[in-house]
Design a protein around this ligand. Structure first.
Ligand code: ARG
Length: 468
Protein backbone atom coordinates (compact mmCIF):
# COMPACT_ATOMS: atom_id res chain seq x y z
CA UNK A 1 0.00 0.00 0.00
CA UNK A 2 2.47 2.61 1.21
CA UNK A 3 4.89 4.18 -1.23
CA UNK A 4 8.42 5.29 -0.59
CA UNK A 5 8.70 8.54 1.30
CA UNK A 6 7.25 11.70 -0.34
CA UNK A 7 9.72 13.63 -2.49
CA UNK A 8 9.39 17.15 -1.06
CA UNK A 9 8.17 16.91 2.52
CA UNK A 10 9.03 13.24 3.23
CA UNK A 11 12.07 13.80 5.48
CA UNK A 12 10.34 12.93 8.76
CA UNK A 13 8.29 10.08 7.31
CA UNK A 14 9.36 6.47 7.08
CA UNK A 15 6.42 5.57 4.85
CA UNK A 16 4.76 7.46 2.02
CA UNK A 17 1.03 8.11 1.75
CA UNK A 18 -1.41 5.37 0.84
CA UNK A 19 -2.54 5.23 -2.77
CA UNK A 20 -6.02 6.16 -1.61
CA UNK A 21 -4.67 9.17 0.32
CA UNK A 22 -2.78 10.35 -2.77
CA UNK A 23 -5.91 10.18 -4.88
CA UNK A 24 -7.89 11.90 -2.16
CA UNK A 25 -5.48 14.70 -1.40
CA UNK A 26 -4.14 15.63 -4.80
CA UNK A 27 -5.22 18.97 -6.23
CA UNK A 28 -3.07 19.08 -9.35
CA UNK A 29 -6.00 17.80 -11.41
CA UNK A 30 -7.66 21.21 -10.92
CA UNK A 31 -5.01 23.62 -9.63
CA UNK A 32 -2.81 23.00 -12.67
CA UNK A 33 -4.62 25.92 -14.19
CA UNK A 34 -2.60 28.10 -11.83
CA UNK A 35 0.58 26.95 -13.61
CA UNK A 36 1.29 30.18 -15.50
CA UNK A 37 0.87 32.20 -12.30
CA UNK A 38 2.99 29.75 -10.31
CA UNK A 39 5.80 30.07 -12.82
CA UNK A 40 5.61 33.86 -12.67
CA UNK A 41 5.80 33.66 -8.88
CA UNK A 42 8.79 31.30 -9.08
CA UNK A 43 10.53 33.70 -11.42
CA UNK A 44 9.95 36.74 -9.21
CA UNK A 45 10.80 34.88 -6.01
CA UNK A 46 14.13 33.57 -7.33
CA UNK A 47 14.99 37.01 -8.75
CA UNK A 48 14.45 38.33 -5.23
CA UNK A 49 16.57 35.53 -3.69
CA UNK A 50 19.36 36.56 -6.02
CA UNK A 51 18.78 40.28 -5.26
CA UNK A 52 19.28 39.70 -1.51
CA UNK A 53 22.18 37.28 -2.05
CA UNK A 54 20.47 34.04 -0.99
CA UNK A 55 21.28 32.48 -4.37
CA UNK A 56 23.89 33.43 -6.95
CA UNK A 57 23.24 35.04 -10.31
CA UNK A 58 24.32 31.78 -11.95
CA UNK A 59 21.80 29.79 -9.93
CA UNK A 60 19.03 32.23 -10.73
CA UNK A 61 19.81 32.07 -14.42
CA UNK A 62 19.77 28.28 -14.39
CA UNK A 63 16.42 28.31 -12.61
CA UNK A 64 14.97 30.89 -15.00
CA UNK A 65 16.18 28.93 -18.00
CA UNK A 66 14.61 25.79 -16.55
CA UNK A 67 11.34 27.61 -15.83
CA UNK A 68 11.16 28.65 -19.46
CA UNK A 69 11.50 25.02 -20.49
CA UNK A 70 8.87 23.84 -18.04
CA UNK A 71 6.57 26.63 -19.18
CA UNK A 72 6.95 25.62 -22.83
CA UNK A 73 6.30 22.01 -21.92
CA UNK A 74 3.11 22.94 -20.06
CA UNK A 75 1.91 25.14 -22.91
CA UNK A 76 2.50 22.28 -25.35
CA UNK A 77 0.55 19.96 -23.05
CA UNK A 78 3.64 17.81 -22.61
CA UNK A 79 4.20 18.02 -18.86
CA UNK A 80 3.00 14.89 -17.13
CA UNK A 81 1.15 16.06 -14.03
CA UNK A 82 1.81 13.59 -11.26
CA UNK A 83 -0.76 13.31 -8.46
CA UNK A 84 1.97 11.89 -6.21
CA UNK A 85 3.38 15.44 -6.13
CA UNK A 86 0.01 16.66 -4.86
CA UNK A 87 -0.38 20.07 -6.39
CA UNK A 88 0.70 22.39 -9.17
CA UNK A 89 3.44 23.93 -7.02
CA UNK A 90 5.27 20.69 -6.30
CA UNK A 91 4.76 19.34 -9.80
CA UNK A 92 6.44 22.40 -11.26
CA UNK A 93 9.23 22.33 -8.71
CA UNK A 94 9.88 18.64 -9.35
CA UNK A 95 9.88 19.04 -13.13
CA UNK A 96 12.20 22.02 -12.80
CA UNK A 97 14.65 20.30 -10.46
CA UNK A 98 15.11 17.54 -13.02
CA UNK A 99 16.23 20.11 -15.57
CA UNK A 100 18.01 22.46 -13.16
CA UNK A 101 19.25 20.95 -9.88
CA UNK A 102 19.76 24.55 -8.69
CA UNK A 103 15.98 24.64 -8.17
CA UNK A 104 16.54 22.81 -4.88
CA UNK A 105 17.08 26.37 -3.58
CA UNK A 106 13.92 27.80 -5.10
CA UNK A 107 11.67 27.15 -2.09
CA UNK A 108 14.04 29.09 0.20
CA UNK A 109 12.12 31.46 2.49
CA UNK A 110 8.64 30.55 1.34
CA UNK A 111 5.88 28.04 1.95
CA UNK A 112 3.20 26.67 -0.29
CA UNK A 113 0.85 28.61 1.96
CA UNK A 114 2.06 32.03 0.83
CA UNK A 115 2.74 30.63 -2.63
CA UNK A 116 -0.84 29.48 -3.23
CA UNK A 117 -2.17 32.75 -1.77
CA UNK A 118 -0.02 34.67 -4.25
CA UNK A 119 -0.87 32.47 -7.25
CA UNK A 120 -4.57 32.84 -6.43
CA UNK A 121 -4.39 36.63 -6.26
CA UNK A 122 -2.75 36.67 -9.68
CA UNK A 123 -5.55 34.42 -10.92
CA UNK A 124 -8.20 36.80 -9.54
CA UNK A 125 -6.56 39.78 -11.22
CA UNK A 126 -6.66 37.91 -14.52
CA UNK A 127 -10.17 36.50 -14.04
CA UNK A 128 -11.74 39.83 -13.07
CA UNK A 129 -10.12 41.57 -16.05
CA UNK A 130 -11.46 38.92 -18.36
CA UNK A 131 -15.00 39.03 -16.92
CA UNK A 132 -15.04 42.83 -17.14
CA UNK A 133 -14.12 42.48 -20.82
CA UNK A 134 -17.00 40.06 -21.41
CA UNK A 135 -19.43 42.26 -19.49
CA UNK A 136 -18.44 45.25 -21.61
CA UNK A 137 -19.11 43.27 -24.78
CA UNK A 138 -22.51 42.29 -23.43
CA UNK A 139 -23.26 45.93 -22.61
CA UNK A 140 -22.45 46.99 -26.15
CA UNK A 141 -24.82 44.38 -27.57
CA UNK A 142 -27.65 45.35 -25.24
CA UNK A 143 -27.12 49.02 -26.11
CA UNK A 144 -27.38 48.29 -29.81
CA UNK A 145 -30.68 46.46 -29.38
CA UNK A 146 -31.91 49.23 -27.05
CA UNK A 147 -31.04 51.89 -29.58
CA UNK A 148 -32.94 50.06 -32.31
CA UNK A 149 -36.08 49.72 -30.23
CA UNK A 150 -36.61 53.21 -28.84
CA UNK A 151 -39.99 53.41 -30.52
CA UNK A 152 -41.22 49.99 -29.58
CA UNK A 153 -43.35 50.05 -26.44
CA UNK A 154 -44.38 47.21 -24.15
CA UNK A 155 -46.21 46.93 -20.88
CA UNK A 156 -43.95 47.12 -17.87
CA UNK A 157 -44.99 44.64 -15.17
CA UNK A 158 -45.26 44.46 -11.42
CA UNK A 159 -46.41 41.16 -9.90
CA UNK A 160 -46.24 39.98 -13.53
CA UNK A 161 -49.42 42.01 -14.11
CA UNK A 162 -49.54 44.74 -16.73
CA UNK A 163 -48.63 47.96 -14.93
CA UNK A 164 -47.50 50.92 -17.02
CA UNK A 165 -46.07 51.32 -20.52
CA UNK A 166 -42.33 51.59 -21.15
CA UNK A 167 -40.17 51.46 -24.21
CA UNK A 168 -38.18 48.32 -24.94
CA UNK A 169 -35.13 50.61 -24.62
CA UNK A 170 -36.04 51.61 -21.09
CA UNK A 171 -36.43 47.98 -20.10
CA UNK A 172 -33.11 47.01 -21.72
CA UNK A 173 -31.34 49.97 -20.13
CA UNK A 174 -32.33 48.54 -16.75
CA UNK A 175 -30.11 45.57 -17.61
CA UNK A 176 -27.30 47.92 -18.59
CA UNK A 177 -27.52 49.47 -15.11
CA UNK A 178 -27.37 46.02 -13.47
CA UNK A 179 -24.37 44.86 -15.46
CA UNK A 180 -22.57 48.15 -14.96
CA UNK A 181 -22.75 47.51 -11.21
CA UNK A 182 -21.29 44.05 -11.84
CA UNK A 183 -18.39 45.65 -13.68
CA UNK A 184 -17.83 47.94 -10.73
CA UNK A 185 -17.89 44.97 -8.35
CA UNK A 186 -15.35 43.00 -10.38
CA UNK A 187 -13.07 46.03 -10.59
CA UNK A 188 -13.23 46.30 -6.81
CA UNK A 189 -12.33 42.60 -6.43
CA UNK A 190 -9.44 43.19 -8.81
CA UNK A 191 -8.19 46.02 -6.63
CA UNK A 192 -8.56 43.99 -3.43
CA UNK A 193 -6.66 41.08 -4.97
CA UNK A 194 -3.82 43.44 -5.76
CA UNK A 195 -1.79 42.90 -2.57
CA UNK A 196 1.19 40.53 -2.48
CA UNK A 197 1.23 37.95 0.34
CA UNK A 198 4.51 36.29 -0.68
CA UNK A 199 7.05 36.38 2.12
CA UNK A 200 4.46 35.51 4.75
CA UNK A 201 5.91 32.00 4.77
CA UNK A 202 3.88 29.23 6.33
CA UNK A 203 2.37 31.74 8.79
CA UNK A 204 5.18 33.66 10.52
CA UNK A 205 7.41 34.92 7.74
CA UNK A 206 11.03 33.85 7.62
CA UNK A 207 14.31 34.40 9.44
CA UNK A 208 16.04 34.91 6.10
CA UNK A 209 16.66 38.46 4.80
CA UNK A 210 14.06 38.59 2.03
CA UNK A 211 12.75 41.67 0.19
CA UNK A 212 8.97 41.45 -0.07
CA UNK A 213 8.58 44.72 -1.91
CA UNK A 214 10.94 43.56 -4.63
CA UNK A 215 8.70 40.53 -5.31
CA UNK A 216 5.51 42.59 -5.19
CA UNK A 217 6.88 44.97 -7.79
CA UNK A 218 8.15 42.17 -10.01
CA UNK A 219 4.69 40.54 -9.99
CA UNK A 220 2.79 43.75 -10.69
CA UNK A 221 1.28 44.09 -7.22
CA UNK A 222 1.47 47.87 -7.45
CA UNK A 223 -0.97 50.77 -7.13
CA UNK A 224 -1.85 53.23 -9.88
CA UNK A 225 1.31 55.20 -9.11
CA UNK A 226 3.52 52.12 -9.36
CA UNK A 227 4.08 51.74 -5.62
CA UNK A 228 4.33 48.14 -4.40
CA UNK A 229 1.52 46.70 -2.31
CA UNK A 230 2.39 43.99 0.21
CA UNK A 231 0.08 42.46 2.81
CA UNK A 232 0.81 43.46 6.39
CA UNK A 233 0.13 40.47 8.63
CA UNK A 234 1.70 37.11 7.84
CA UNK A 235 -1.01 35.08 9.60
CA UNK A 236 -3.85 36.87 7.85
CA UNK A 237 -1.98 36.62 4.55
CA UNK A 238 -2.04 32.82 4.48
CA UNK A 239 -5.41 32.30 6.20
CA UNK A 240 -7.41 35.02 4.44
CA UNK A 241 -9.81 33.96 1.70
CA UNK A 242 -11.80 37.20 1.44
CA UNK A 243 -10.93 37.66 -2.20
CA UNK A 244 -12.30 34.17 -2.91
CA UNK A 245 -15.56 35.13 -1.20
CA UNK A 246 -15.72 38.54 -2.87
CA UNK A 247 -15.03 37.07 -6.29
CA UNK A 248 -17.61 34.30 -5.82
CA UNK A 249 -20.05 36.91 -4.51
CA UNK A 250 -19.52 39.19 -7.52
CA UNK A 251 -20.05 36.14 -9.75
CA UNK A 252 -23.22 35.21 -7.85
CA UNK A 253 -24.74 38.69 -8.17
CA UNK A 254 -23.89 38.83 -11.86
CA UNK A 255 -25.32 35.35 -12.45
CA UNK A 256 -28.46 36.41 -10.60
CA UNK A 257 -28.79 39.38 -12.96
CA UNK A 258 -28.30 37.09 -15.94
CA UNK A 259 -30.98 34.79 -14.59
CA UNK A 260 -33.52 37.59 -14.17
CA UNK A 261 -32.84 38.93 -17.65
CA UNK A 262 -33.24 35.40 -18.98
CA UNK A 263 -36.57 34.99 -17.25
CA UNK A 264 -37.88 38.22 -18.81
CA UNK A 265 -36.85 37.15 -22.27
CA UNK A 266 -38.23 33.61 -21.81
CA UNK A 267 -41.59 35.16 -20.97
CA UNK A 268 -41.42 37.63 -23.86
CA UNK A 269 -40.59 34.75 -26.18
CA UNK A 270 -43.62 32.66 -25.19
CA UNK A 271 -46.62 32.59 -27.53
CA UNK A 272 -48.65 34.31 -24.80
CA UNK A 273 -46.45 37.41 -24.89
CA UNK A 274 -44.85 37.07 -28.32
CA UNK A 275 -42.80 40.25 -27.90
CA UNK A 276 -39.55 38.81 -29.12
CA UNK A 277 -38.21 36.26 -31.53
CA UNK A 278 -34.98 34.52 -30.56
CA UNK A 279 -32.17 33.57 -32.92
CA UNK A 280 -32.21 29.95 -34.08
CA UNK A 281 -28.54 29.71 -33.14
CA UNK A 282 -29.37 29.89 -29.44
CA UNK A 283 -32.53 27.77 -29.40
CA UNK A 284 -33.14 24.05 -29.70
CA UNK A 285 -35.99 21.88 -30.88
CA UNK A 286 -37.96 19.08 -29.31
CA UNK A 287 -37.19 15.44 -30.07
CA UNK A 288 -40.92 14.76 -30.11
CA UNK A 289 -42.87 17.91 -30.94
CA UNK A 290 -41.93 19.19 -34.38
CA UNK A 291 -43.28 22.70 -33.87
CA UNK A 292 -41.14 23.51 -30.81
CA UNK A 293 -38.41 26.13 -30.68
CA UNK A 294 -37.25 26.29 -27.10
CA UNK A 295 -35.29 29.13 -25.45
CA UNK A 296 -32.72 26.70 -24.05
CA UNK A 297 -29.86 29.18 -23.87
CA UNK A 298 -31.88 31.36 -21.50
CA UNK A 299 -33.14 28.43 -19.47
CA UNK A 300 -29.60 27.15 -19.02
CA UNK A 301 -28.47 30.62 -18.00
CA UNK A 302 -31.19 30.63 -15.36
CA UNK A 303 -30.05 27.18 -14.25
CA UNK A 304 -26.34 27.99 -14.18
CA UNK A 305 -27.01 30.85 -11.80
CA UNK A 306 -27.99 28.27 -9.16
CA UNK A 307 -24.65 26.57 -9.57
CA UNK A 308 -22.74 29.85 -9.30
CA UNK A 309 -24.65 30.95 -6.20
CA UNK A 310 -23.99 27.46 -4.78
CA UNK A 311 -20.23 27.93 -5.12
CA UNK A 312 -20.42 31.00 -2.92
CA UNK A 313 -22.34 29.03 -0.31
CA UNK A 314 -19.78 26.21 -0.47
CA UNK A 315 -16.95 28.68 0.19
CA UNK A 316 -18.66 30.27 3.19
CA UNK A 317 -19.40 26.87 4.70
CA UNK A 318 -15.83 25.73 4.15
CA UNK A 319 -14.15 28.80 5.59
CA UNK A 320 -16.32 29.83 8.51
CA UNK A 321 -15.09 27.31 11.08
CA UNK A 322 -11.38 27.35 10.31
CA UNK A 323 -8.92 28.39 12.98
CA UNK A 324 -6.02 30.57 11.85
CA UNK A 325 -4.01 30.00 9.84
CA UNK A 326 -3.79 27.62 6.87
CA UNK A 327 -5.80 24.40 6.98
CA UNK A 328 -5.92 21.87 4.21
CA UNK A 329 -9.67 22.40 3.86
CA UNK A 330 -8.69 25.52 1.94
CA UNK A 331 -7.43 23.46 -0.96
CA UNK A 332 -11.10 23.02 -1.93
CA UNK A 333 -11.50 26.78 -2.42
CA UNK A 334 -10.07 26.75 -5.92
CA UNK A 335 -12.54 24.29 -7.42
CA UNK A 336 -15.35 26.70 -6.49
CA UNK A 337 -13.89 29.88 -7.92
CA UNK A 338 -12.65 28.17 -11.09
CA UNK A 339 -16.15 26.84 -11.70
CA UNK A 340 -17.76 30.23 -11.00
CA UNK A 341 -15.32 31.86 -13.39
CA UNK A 342 -15.84 29.31 -16.18
CA UNK A 343 -19.61 29.18 -15.91
CA UNK A 344 -20.03 32.93 -15.64
CA UNK A 345 -17.64 33.55 -18.53
CA UNK A 346 -19.52 31.29 -20.92
CA UNK A 347 -22.88 32.55 -19.60
CA UNK A 348 -21.98 36.14 -20.45
CA UNK A 349 -21.06 35.13 -23.98
CA UNK A 350 -24.23 33.09 -24.49
CA UNK A 351 -26.43 35.91 -23.20
CA UNK A 352 -24.61 38.32 -25.48
CA UNK A 353 -25.22 36.10 -28.50
CA UNK A 354 -28.86 35.53 -27.63
CA UNK A 355 -29.63 39.22 -27.11
CA UNK A 356 -27.67 40.34 -30.16
CA UNK A 357 -29.80 38.02 -32.30
CA UNK A 358 -33.16 38.80 -30.69
CA UNK A 359 -35.77 40.64 -32.78
CA UNK A 360 -38.62 42.53 -31.20
CA UNK A 361 -42.01 41.99 -32.85
CA UNK A 362 -43.42 45.48 -33.16
CA UNK A 363 -46.96 44.28 -33.96
CA UNK A 364 -47.26 42.06 -30.88
CA UNK A 365 -45.73 44.71 -28.64
CA UNK A 366 -48.12 47.38 -29.99
CA UNK A 367 -51.02 45.07 -29.40
CA UNK A 368 -50.13 44.45 -25.77
CA UNK A 369 -49.31 48.05 -24.99
CA UNK A 370 -52.63 49.29 -26.44
CA UNK A 371 -54.38 48.04 -23.30
CA UNK A 372 -55.86 51.29 -21.87
CA UNK A 373 -55.61 49.86 -18.36
CA UNK A 374 -51.88 50.62 -18.55
CA UNK A 375 -52.78 54.32 -18.43
CA UNK A 376 -55.15 54.14 -15.44
CA UNK A 377 -52.46 55.79 -13.32
CA UNK A 378 -52.12 58.57 -15.90
CA UNK A 379 -55.84 59.19 -15.54
CA UNK A 380 -55.46 59.46 -11.76
CA UNK A 381 -52.63 61.98 -12.33
CA UNK A 382 -54.90 63.90 -14.74
CA UNK A 383 -57.56 64.11 -12.03
CA UNK A 384 -54.92 65.41 -9.63
CA UNK A 385 -54.10 68.15 -12.12
CA UNK A 386 -57.86 68.90 -12.12
CA UNK A 387 -57.64 69.50 -8.39
CA UNK A 388 -58.78 66.10 -7.09
CA UNK A 389 -56.80 64.71 -4.12
CA UNK A 390 -54.72 61.71 -5.18
CA UNK A 391 -56.41 59.26 -2.80
CA UNK A 392 -59.82 60.32 -4.19
CA UNK A 393 -58.50 60.21 -7.74
CA UNK A 394 -57.25 56.66 -7.15
CA UNK A 395 -60.75 55.66 -5.97
CA UNK A 396 -62.46 57.38 -8.89
CA UNK A 397 -60.31 55.57 -11.44
CA UNK A 398 -60.78 52.32 -9.51
CA UNK A 399 -64.56 52.76 -9.80
CA UNK A 400 -64.17 53.51 -13.50
CA UNK A 401 -62.15 50.30 -13.94
CA UNK A 402 -64.84 48.32 -12.11
CA UNK A 403 -67.50 49.89 -14.33
CA UNK A 404 -65.51 49.01 -17.46
CA UNK A 405 -65.27 45.42 -16.25
CA UNK A 406 -68.98 45.24 -15.47
CA UNK A 407 -69.88 46.64 -18.89
CA UNK A 408 -67.18 44.52 -20.52
CA UNK A 409 -65.68 47.49 -22.36
CA UNK A 410 -62.12 48.84 -22.41
CA UNK A 411 -61.38 51.48 -19.75
CA UNK A 412 -61.42 54.33 -22.26
CA UNK A 413 -64.84 53.28 -23.59
CA UNK A 414 -66.89 53.71 -20.45
CA UNK A 415 -69.86 55.83 -21.56
CA UNK A 416 -69.66 59.48 -20.58
CA UNK A 417 -72.89 59.49 -18.53
CA UNK A 418 -71.52 56.59 -16.41
CA UNK A 419 -68.20 58.39 -15.97
CA UNK A 420 -69.74 61.66 -14.77
CA UNK A 421 -71.87 59.72 -12.32
CA UNK A 422 -68.60 58.47 -10.73
CA UNK A 423 -67.04 61.95 -10.44
CA UNK A 424 -67.96 65.36 -11.76
CA UNK A 425 -64.35 66.08 -12.78
CA UNK A 426 -64.87 63.46 -15.46
CA UNK A 427 -67.23 65.81 -17.26
CA UNK A 428 -64.12 67.25 -18.94
CA UNK A 429 -62.37 65.31 -21.71
CA UNK A 430 -60.57 62.74 -19.58
CA UNK A 431 -59.94 60.47 -22.57
CA UNK A 432 -56.97 62.60 -23.68
CA UNK A 433 -54.77 60.52 -21.36
CA UNK A 434 -55.28 57.38 -23.44
CA UNK A 435 -52.57 58.28 -25.87
CA UNK A 436 -49.27 56.43 -25.61
CA UNK A 437 -47.23 59.29 -27.09
CA UNK A 438 -48.64 61.70 -24.56
CA UNK A 439 -48.02 59.22 -21.76
CA UNK A 440 -44.35 58.76 -22.67
CA UNK A 441 -43.74 62.46 -23.26
CA UNK A 442 -45.14 63.14 -19.80
CA UNK A 443 -42.30 61.10 -18.28
CA UNK A 444 -39.15 63.07 -18.87
CA UNK A 445 -37.79 63.24 -15.32
CA UNK A 446 -34.39 61.70 -14.58
CA UNK A 447 -34.55 57.91 -14.85
CA UNK A 448 -38.02 57.87 -16.44
CA UNK A 449 -38.97 56.28 -19.76
CA UNK A 450 -39.65 59.49 -21.72
CA UNK A 451 -38.10 59.47 -25.19
CA UNK A 452 -35.72 62.39 -24.52
CA UNK A 453 -34.59 60.82 -21.28
CA UNK A 454 -33.97 57.52 -23.07
CA UNK A 455 -31.90 59.25 -25.73
CA UNK A 456 -29.88 60.90 -23.00
CA UNK A 457 -29.29 57.64 -21.13
CA UNK A 458 -28.44 55.83 -24.34
CA UNK A 459 -25.81 58.34 -25.30
CA UNK A 460 -24.37 58.34 -21.78
CA UNK A 461 -23.95 54.56 -21.83
CA UNK A 462 -22.72 54.51 -25.41
CA UNK A 463 -19.99 56.93 -24.39
CA UNK A 464 -19.14 54.79 -21.34
CA UNK A 465 -18.73 51.66 -23.45
CA UNK A 466 -17.34 53.33 -26.57
CA UNK A 467 -20.23 52.29 -28.82
CA UNK A 468 -20.19 54.17 -32.13
N1 ARG B 1 -2.40 22.64 -2.63
C1 ARG B 1 -2.43 23.40 -1.43
C2 ARG B 1 -3.68 24.26 -1.40
O1 ARG B 1 -4.15 24.60 -2.41
C3 ARG B 1 -1.24 24.28 -1.33
C4 ARG B 1 -0.92 24.67 0.07
C5 ARG B 1 -0.49 23.45 0.79
N2 ARG B 1 0.04 23.73 2.07
C6 ARG B 1 0.16 22.77 2.98
N3 ARG B 1 0.62 23.11 4.13
N4 ARG B 1 -0.19 21.54 2.79
O2 ARG B 1 -4.19 24.62 -0.36
Amino acid sequence: MAKKSQATWGGRFSNGPAELMLRFSESVSFDKRLAAFDIAVNRAHTAMLRHVGLITAREMKAIHRGLKEVEAKIEAGKLKWNPAFEDVHMNIEQALTKIAPEAAKMHTARSRNDQVATDSRLFFKFATDSLVGLLERLQRSILKVAEKNQNVFIPGYTHLQRAQPVSVSHHLLAYVEMFSRDIKRFKQVNDDANWCPLGSGALAGTTLPIDREFVAKALGFVDSRGRQRVTTNSMDSVADRDVFLDFAQACAVCATHISRVSEDVILWNSAEFGFVELPDAFCTGSSLMPQKKNPDSLELLRGKSGRIVGSLQALYTMIKGLPLTYNRDLQEDKAQVFDSFDQLGISLQVLEGTIAGARFRADRCADAVSDPGLLATDLADWLVSEGVAFRDAHHVVGALVAKAEALNVPLDRVPQEEAVRIHKALSKDWRVVFDLKRAMKAREGIGMPGPKQIRKQLSRWKRAYAVR
